[in-house]
Design a binder for this molecule. Sequence first.
Ligand code: CTP
Ligand code: CA
Length: 229
Amino acid sequence: LAGRPTAGPWDGLRVLVTAGGTREPIDSVRYVGNRSSGRMGFALADAAAARGAAVTVVAANVTLPRNPAVRYLDVETAAQLADACAGAFAQTDVLLMAAAVADFRPVGPADHKIKKTGRGELTVEMEATVDVLASLSGTRRDGQVLVGFAAEHGDGALAYGRDKLERKGLDAIVVNDISRPDIGFDTPENEVTVITRTGDQPIAKADKAAVADAILAVVDRLRDAAVRT
Ligand code: CTP
Ligand code: CA
């Protein structure tokens, strides 16, 4: 087709990426959010599209420039992200779950703006959201590759990551250390370790496009291993 990239190594592969950070409403104007910019997720989507894959990004509150070769589904909340992913997952070969998904959301958000007059404090009750990645993993079929992402603080980061790999039934988890101000949230560079069932692979500090390429190289290895077994 006109405008389509020519043959690439990921031609015919369907890739689902989640990116950004969810926002859970407190009232009609306020939300509980997080610092994820969506840069890592968008870099992964660009790298997969450059390899010829058909890429869908579920984008949670991302304001970055968009790639005309990628399909974007915009969401705000964890529940909307869960719905969008559930709709696409059966037709997905590679899932790259880079979004920062809220673990808790306010119970019964107000449909109006909460006023400060007459109150000295405000308590917001929160309830757990669904773990999107764990529930998708529960419906996975042979041949799908599932990659999680974990932002962890300093010591123990890799152990926490390995635990999530097991608990969520993943093929790989990309761990970054958010105690370091020079990488991670809202920065152009990243430095990560990709944990798989056959070992850990450190990826040196680089711009997020280069880190995305290195992560996709790990996905290639996982896909080769899955075909052989
Ligand atoms: N994740 C998800 N749904 C959630 C929370 C997390 O799909 N409700 C996904 C993230 O997108 C990420 C992976 O699970 O790919 C790990 O997220 P993380 O926040 O590190 O792990 P949690 O299991 O939420 O544990 P905690 O925040 O307590 O460390
Ligand atoms: Ca979490």
